[in-house]
Design a protein around this ligand. Sequence first.
Ligand code: HEM
Length: 194
Amino acid sequence: MRIYSVVMEEITWYTGLSPTAFFTILAMMVVVYRTVCGMFVSPEDFNKPPIITASKNLGFDNEKPAPEPVQLGEITEQELRAYNGSDPNKPLLMAIRGQIYDVSSSRNFYGPGGPYAMFAGKECSRALALLSFKPEDINGNLEGLDEPELDILQDWEYKFIEKYVKVGQLVPDRNTQQNECREQIQDEDKKEAE
Ligand code: HEM
């Protein structure tokens, strides 16, 4: 107890501050020191690659490299949906202007929890042209798009051609094909009757 009061008296005598003020200022200096130190890289860590926090948080750290892309040929939009990342054994696919790309190498973008997961397993032309994430825009309908929007889409297409392997193309689903066929036959019948 005696040592304690001697220390407190000494603090006041040397610093001219009350012990409470002295310890508050000391604590603040420690906090500032630690904050400033945290802003600099220590010499041992200098040449190490940066840690990408988003991918760490999303748990992609221990992932194996994506398997080699497999050619699928012609599939329907309905079939493409299965490649949205919900099955980890299937590749991640995405279509632009009917061409299907294997985007498995960018699982951090398109895999579950990724910022662009909504595009996986989908034809995304309209959304990319409009720079939109709205579910109603995630399709291949190019109707009503103006020239600048089609240019944006073109840029996306070039980026995908350059970065990813094309593994197939979309075809209308069987029902649509049958309906189109039926309509064509009806049109031809009509023309013949005229
Ligand atoms: C606030 C606005 C946005 C920011 C800050 C942003 C940021 C980024 C960044 C940093 C990348 C990684 C680029 C790379 O490493 O190649 C990226 C990729 C991407 N962004 Fe965005 N983005 C934004 C808006 C959008 C919008 C509106 C869309 C489309 C609707 C979009 C679609 C994409 C796609 C598809 C990729 C992945 C491309 C690939 O597979 O390489 N982004 N974005």
